[in-house]
Design a protein around this ligand. Structure first.
Ligand code: A2P
Length: 294
């Protein structure tokens, strides 16, 4: 990063156009394009391997963004992580999964969680000022309640799968009552993803009919539904036109009678984390992971 920064400064002062390469060449232009389109929240995780590149892009180009960084649940992973948290505004536990120290997320590396110990490490990060907010991800109502029972600093956010086909009604109400912000990943139902097994969100007939009535795209209506529910939404797109389409949802709204239609949609959890059902993970069934919320 130091060298790259010097290059940027040299190029700027010489008026030379700078072209940036990194391990994933999509990432820097992508986060730059998202910022240009007006996005203010970029979602990172150790598991996405996008921390370094997004960090560079932020350092060089971006201001006023909300950066989420998610760690694999292990207090032992927190030490080195503190180092690259200088720019991070929000830190969250990626899920109720824990991996052996120094390994990457994969089923054979999973071990049973120790949420109180990990949360204690997160609270230290918060106390140190390195993270402006701490939170969790993929927590069920039960896991959130259990966390509240032991937390000195309550979680600011729970980032979970949430869209019209998996509305998380119970969790939504719990988060509201406890002042936890619900942030929605896969807000479009992750069309095209290999890990999604279930019905399409953006082709759902109710979503499509609301979109037709409002003369918006099904993706826009899906995201706008999330915003009107009070969530933040984290749509992913590598396509500039769709990046712009997905943020053009703040100068119109879904009227109440059409919002009511969403409650007729059959509910299916699309991202079930089957990988975590493993003899060493502490989860014998999907029911265990989600505490029956499936
Ligand atoms: P692409 O990158 O080609 O735009 P999610 O955010 O729910 O995980 O969904 C991400 C997927 O949805 C990506 O495959 C992305 O493809 C696609 N996508 C993003 N925005 C739209 C949109 N407005 N209409 C249709 N598909 C979209």
């Amino acid at each position: 990063p130091g060298l790259a920064e010097q290059r940027v400064q040299d190029c700027r002062s010489a008026g030379v156009h700078l072209s940036v390469f990194c391990s994933d060449p999509l990432l820097i232009p992508l986060s730059y394009r998202e910022k240009k389109a007006g996005y203010r929240h970029i979602d990172c995780a150790a598991a996405y391997r996008n921390e370094k590149e997004v960090g560079l892009a932020l350092k060089f180009f971006l201001r006023m963004v909300w950066l989420s960084e998610k760690i694999c649940l292990s207090p032992l992973n927190c030490g080195p992580l503190i180092m690259h948290l200088k720019m991070c505004q929000r830190q969250s536990i990626h899920g109720p999964f824990r991996i052996k120290k120094g390994t990457m997320m994969s089923p054979e590396n999973l071990i049973p969680t120790d949420i109180p110990a990990t949360w204690g490490a997160m609270e230290k990060l918060y106390d140190s000022g390195k993270a402006r907010a701490i939170g969790v991800s993929n927590f069920s109502c039960k896991k959130l309640d259990d966390l509240f029972a032991i937390a000195r600093v309550p979680p600011a956010v729970n980032q979970v799968e949430c869209h019209p086909v998996w509305q998380q009604d119970k969790l939504h109400k719990l988060c509201q009552s406890k002042g936890v912000h619900l942030s929605a990943f896969s807000p479009l139902g992750s069309p095209g993803s290999q890990v999604v097994n279930g019905p399409s969100v953006i082709n759902n007939p109710i979503v499509v009919s609301v979109a037709e009535k409002l003369q918006k795209t099904p993706a826009q209506v899906t995201l706008r539904w999330g915003i009107q529910m009070g969530h933040s939404v984290l749509p992913k797109s590598a396509n500039e036109a769709r990046i712009k389409e997905n943020i053009s949802i703040f100068d119109w709204s879904i009227p109440e009678d059409l919002m009511a239609k969403f409650s007729e949609i059959k509910q299916v959890r699309l991202l079930r984390a089957e990988f975590a059902v493993h003899p060493q993970s502490g989860y014998n069934t999907l029911e265990d992971i989600w505490d029956g919320e499936i």
